[in-house]
Design a binder for this molecule. Sequence first.
Ligand SMILES: [Zn+2]
Ligand SMILES: [Zn+2]
Length: 360
Amino acid sequence: MATTALERQPTALAETASQTMCAAVVHDFAEPLRLDEVPMPVAGAGEIVVRIEASGLCHTDIHAAHGDWPVKPTLPFTPGHEGVGIVEQVGRGVTEVAVGDRVAIPWLGYACGTCEYCVSGWETLCLEQKNMGYSLDGSFADYVKAYGRYVVKVPEGVDPIDAAPLTCAGVTTYKAIKVAGTRPSDLVAVFGVGGLGHLAIQYAAIAGGRVIAVDVVDEKLELAEELGAEFVVNASRRDPVEAIRELGGADQAIALAVSPTSFEQAYASLRRGGTLVFVALPAENHIELPIFETVLNGITVVGSIVGTRVDLREVFELHAAGKTRVIRETRSFSEVNEAIAEVEAGKVPARIVFTPELSG
Ligand SMILES: [Zn+2]
Ligand SMILES: [Zn+2]
């Protein structure tokens, strides 16, 4: 349905307003998503409309669709915050992008631009922020409306299907490695090799780190080795803390698995002066950490949330230069519920990317 919309050329605003498109919509947190025919968005002042070419499925979309978090999206809404596509409309006052540009539309859909966080390079902490696929309709649709100032151009030579996972999984792990402060020769323990982990391994290696990857699935650990992990541990067979300590302990540990136990193992694997970066958001919200060892060993524990527009530009720059590989599989929007089930069952090697071209 609505695939004909994809062949249309850019249209005048008045014409577009009466047209419809296809979107994967959440109507009820306890129900599957529905593919609906909805009105085409129209760009207002400062806004753009993007024809989606690719949209990655992030775990956050699944939490949004299930209403898992304390602040829930207002129903009905369209998830998706790894949208990549071509700008087809620009509203009044948009100077950052033009019709025909390929852009990425990340989680940070809007920030105020003037608060102390926004002006100090921490726009991701802005209290006024709006998020794609959560408080704003996201990219599980043929078209999406976005703020022109908060999208990031995708450089020439980057496949839009690669660009989609980079827009959240990529920038999130890139930022986590920056926050970790990885330097050449540091031992970096990456806990969880999936959509995020497979990219974290590559960014840690780019920063000069020596990587040890931890997971419970052998195929994922093989992938980790292919992507540059020097050491791997299957935590279902061997205590990862012991394995990492044998190597002298981790300078940094990146917690990407949605398991509090894995966070505690990541902490325990650190050497003195080490840094633990919290990234994953397990449903179980608490872990136990010892105060005494944290103080005496000079441990840093830090949270890292997505990344800024500058971080995303750097992620794209690295990919365009051939420094990273994105492991992904494509599906059509009509398979959205099956795709969510696959991710929940842990059956997906890394990332699923929806491509509307295939929907029908
Ligand atoms: Zn995400
Ligand atoms: Zn702000």
